[in-house]
Design a protein around this ligand. Structure first.
Ligand code: NAD
Length: 267
């Protein structure tokens, strides 16, 4: 078999939550350029300029809302009848949910903490619960969750985000087993754990108001063997692999795409 045919995605239907964000929209454009019908579901209704010519559809959805997810399910079912690829990319940190350098654990804002867990973990579960039934009909599909480096190695300040992403790793493994046991080996569940990429949700942590890197970012780079932040396009190899039959025996895995951050043991 030609290796390139293993990666063929043409004709598939993909839904990306958080699909108009920096990482989500990079994935959306690339999948669309490879023949996938892509729907980007986002709370932010703005349509990125690169979507129009690639016929990427944007559907409004707040993934924390079950009624929004139900409407999204109904719309997808009505329009396409099935789903082949689900990328749960809605998420990110929130400024209020971090412990500032002059604070400690006891200052944690529990409301903000709960919000960040609801967005990153509970919504990943909810979106999958509402949308994956569209895969069950064909006993085939690829679910890709978006984890983080802080899921396995706690990174300072971002407790809620880290707890939530650790939950995403657990959910990925749990659901991989559950889907295979109940619906066969055609529905696979994996996660990508990106290293550090400058996007909207982390701009305040990674850059100063003048755009220069914060001390935190400089520390991150020192702990990244590649010696730099990632570029959104560098996630695409993993996205295409996990979306396609090239990964047909891969389920329950969390794939780091991190410039070596997770391999680095310290100085
Ligand atoms: N940037 C990084 O370094 C990095 C590292 C690890 C993991 N991630 C994860 O990657 C994913 C994408 O984030 P990004 O870095 O591209 O950030 P981003 O802020 O550019 O994109 C996030 C998108 O999610 C959307 N969103 C937020 N809340 C939502 C909600 N309730 N309902 C629907 N959409 C919602 C936003 O509108 C935005 O379009 C997130 O899950 C994030 O945690 C990012």
């Amino acid at each position: 078999m030609k290796i390139s045919s293993l990666f063929r995605l043409a004709g598939k239907i993909a839904l990306i939550t958080g699909g108009t964000g920096v990482l989500g929209r990079t994935m959306a454009v690339s999948l669309a350029e490879n023949g996938v019908k892509v729907i980007a579901a986002d709370r932010n209704g703005a349509i990125p300029k690169e979507f129009t010519e690639r016929k990427i559809e944007v559907m409004h959805c707040d993934v924390t809302s079950e009624s929004n997810l139900q409407v999204l399910h109904n719309d997808l079912k009505g329009e396409y009848g099935q789903l082949d690829i689900l990328i749960n990319a809605a998420g990110g940190n929130m400024p209020g949910a971090t412990i500032a350098p002059d604070q400690n654990f006891f200052d944690l804002d529990m409301k903000a903490y709960e919000k960040v867990v609801a967005l990153n973990l509970t919504s990943t579960v909810k979106a999958t619960r509402f949308l994956a039934p569209l895969m069950v009909k064909n006993s085939k599909g690829s679910i890709i969750n978006i984890s983080s480096m802080t899921a396995t190695r706690p990174i300072s300040r971002v407790l809620g985000y880290g707890n939530a992403k650790a939950g995403v790793d657990h959910f990925t493994k749990f659901l991989a087993c559950e889907m295979a046991a109940k619906f066969g080996d055609g529905i696979r569940v994996n996660a990508i754990a990106p290293g550090f990429f400058l996007t909207e949700q982390n701009r305040g942590l990674l850059t100063n108001p003048d755009g220069s890197y914060t001390e935190r970012t400089q520390d991150i780079i020192k702990h990244t063997p590649a010696g730099r932040l990632g570029k959104p396009d560098e996630l695409l190899g993993a996205v295409h692999w996990l979306s396609s039959d090239a990964s047909s025996f891969v389920t329950g895995s969390v794939i780091p795409v991190d410039g070596g951050f997770s391999a680095f043991g310290g100085f």
